[in-house]
Design a protein around this ligand. Structure first.
Ligand code: G4P
Length: 521
């Protein structure tokens, strides 16, 4: 197959949703359709462990939240899907933002009972900023959820995107009868009792068979929705979808594996193949022969038995074969991609070849940073991978002084993953860490203890805001002297000041007006 045909089959997307909307359940069903797992729920039950396929970290299970975004690759209907799972919890938003830079489309999952929830609104803001094409799946139709037209209205108003229902539910809750597909006039029946699903061809929404199957009352309600969807709402417009202005909407129930196949079909048919990417020198087309990629995520100790570190690459152009040498643009070093891996649930598999659009893992011997570009020789840097300023800070105290080497290693490695930032204080020997969401503190503490054997105490520092100080060296030194107690150095040696209140900030800005006070490094 030619390079461009291979690339045209790639679909790379992320699922974004509020915690508990059913993302893990839906992901499992996807893997089942991709024949990656034999039985949905199978992995969950394995060896009596309560993990699900996309849960990697123990803390995630303990607290019942999704804290690390993982990557899964699976085939479906001739297409090759790369799914980037994202943490739903707000304290991990920077991980999610970065994941969204690596995908070409997103699936927004909404709980039919709760409607549009807070975290979805935030994540949608990022999608909108990036003009990411969105498909929406309204889940849990087997529960007594909200009125369908109300839900569509809420999506339009709160998420600010035009909706275009591809299917419409008939009945809901205990009396949920199935979904009607508007484009091909089929009725997909639902039965919770025996799990049986049938796809029945109808002549149209007026087909009397629908009344026989579902009862007059439900069809009346359905017809009303159907008329609104087909007469009062704009028809599907692929251009609008591709620019993030309109989203196809599907209804179903992940746990009952209902409506999931239609959703995957829609991804195969209408979601975009890999898009061109901007770099600091030019736009890179996916079908260019020369390989290029960027790193959007680094994760240490995915397999605690092997103390590994994995860098996740989004391939942006061309292809590569195992063993190829590539240029690490930031350092100018040549690197051999010895064992690129794809991810199947808990398992990794070494792959021989990957194409633009694919997301693969490579072993990181400690040389990669998030945002690094790899190419076949040309020097450039992909743009648009955001940096995040930490909002919460804590002083790290090691509880067992004999473990200081382990602590140093753990702090350095975990900060390279990008979720925490490491600082040294000017006035004390205790390291300081900064995070975007407070829950990251718990994760860091847990991981330092479990992965590095270093038990620590974290003392939060009360901070109004952090500012990176720039400007003439001598003035910076004066500033550092005056504000020594509040000053830190980041990993590049840049000066950072943690202002305890607005007054101190304003005063510093006034007294050192020739210095820059920036929110990010
Ligand atoms: P998340 O990853 O988005 O956080 O959600 P997850 O899949 O873990 O699902 C959250 C809960 O919602 C789970 O129940 C799950 O079984 C349930 N769920 C998912 N899809 C549907 C659906 O279509 N209908 C109904 N009724 N429930 C659904 P749980 O009780 O928290 O966990 P579990 O014991 O069932 O695993």
């Amino acid at each position: 197959m030619s390079l461009s045909s291979e690339i045209a089959l790639r679909r790379t997307f992320a699922i974004v949703s509020h915690p508990d909307a059913g993302k893990t359940t839906l992901t499992e069903k996807f893997l089942w359709y991709g024949k990656v797992i034999r039985e949905a729920g199978h992995v969950r039950a394995k060896a009596n462990k309560s993990y699900t396929v996309s849960d990697w970290m123990k803390i995630e299970q303990q607290r019942g939240i999704s804290v690390s975004s993982s990557v899964l690759n699976f085939p479906f209907e001739g297409c090759y899907f790369n799914l980037v799972d994202t943490p739903g919890h707000q304290d991990f938003c920077e991980d999610t933002y970065r994941a969204l830079t690596a995908v070409d489309a997103a699936l927004v999952l909404i709980d039919s009972v709760n409607g549009v929830e807070k975290q979805t609104v935030k994540l949608m803001d990022v999608c909108r900023m990036r003009h990411t094409p969105i498909i929406t799946f309204i889940n849990k139709m087997d529960l007594d959820g909200r009125d369908v037209l109300d839900l569509l209205d809420e999506i339009e108003k709160i998420l600010q995107i035009q909706t275009c229902p591809f299917t419409l539910p008939i009945g809901y809750g205990k009396l949920f009868k199935g979904v009607y597909s508007i484009a091909d006039n089929t009725f997909n029946t639902f039965s919770k009792e025996d799990g049986k699903q049938e796809i029945l061809q109808m002549s149209g929404a007026d087909d009397p068979k629908l009344v026989e199957l579902c009862g007059e009352e439900y069809i009346k309600e359905f017809k009303n929705r159907y008329d609104v969807a087909t007469q009062a709402m704009d028809p599907f417009d692929r251009e609008k979808y591709l620019t993030g202005k309109q989203c196809p909407v599907f209804f179903g129930s992940a746990v009952n594996n209902f409506g999931v196949r239609q959703l995957l079909n829609a991804f195969a048919n209408i979601a975009p193949p890999p898009a061109p990417r901007e770099s600091d020198t030019r736009v890179v087309e996916p079908t260019e022969n020369a390989f290029s990629a960027f790193i959007f995520k680094i994760q240490a100790n995915m397999d605690p038995r092997h103390r590994d570190r994995t860098a996740f690459l989004r391939i942006c152009s061309g292809s590569f074969e195992r063993g190829n040498k590539v240029l690490h643009c930031r350092t100018g070093r040549e690197i051999r991609l010895a064992a690129p891996t794809s991810f199947l649930a808990q398992d990794k598999e070494v792959i021989d070849k990957a194409y633009a659009g694919d997301i693969v893992g490579i072993n990181d011997p400690g040389i990669f940073n998030i945002g690094d570009t790899l190419t076949e020789g040309e020097k450039f840097k992909f743009s648009g991978i955001p940096d995040f300023a930490p909002e919460f800070f804590a002083r790290v105290t090691l509880l067992n002084p004999l473990k200081s080497k382990q602590l140093g290693k753990g702090l350095a490695q975990l900060s390279e993953e990008g979720a925490t930032q490491l600082f040294s204080a000017l006035s004390s020997a205790f390291p300081v860490i900064g995070v975007v969401g407070e829950l990251q503190f718990d994760v860091l503490k847990h991981r330092l203890e479990n992965e590095y054997g270093a038990e620590v105490q974290l003392d939060k520092i009360s901070v109004f805001c952090a500012r990176w100080i720039s400007g003439e060296q001598k003035r910076q030194e004066d500033f550092a002297k005056e504000y020594k107690g509040d000053c830190l150095q980041d990993k590049h040696g840049s000066l950072v000041c943690l202002f305890p209140n607005e007054y101190r900030l304003n005063l510093a800005v006034k007294n050192y007006s020739e210095l820059g006070f920036s929110k990010v490094s």
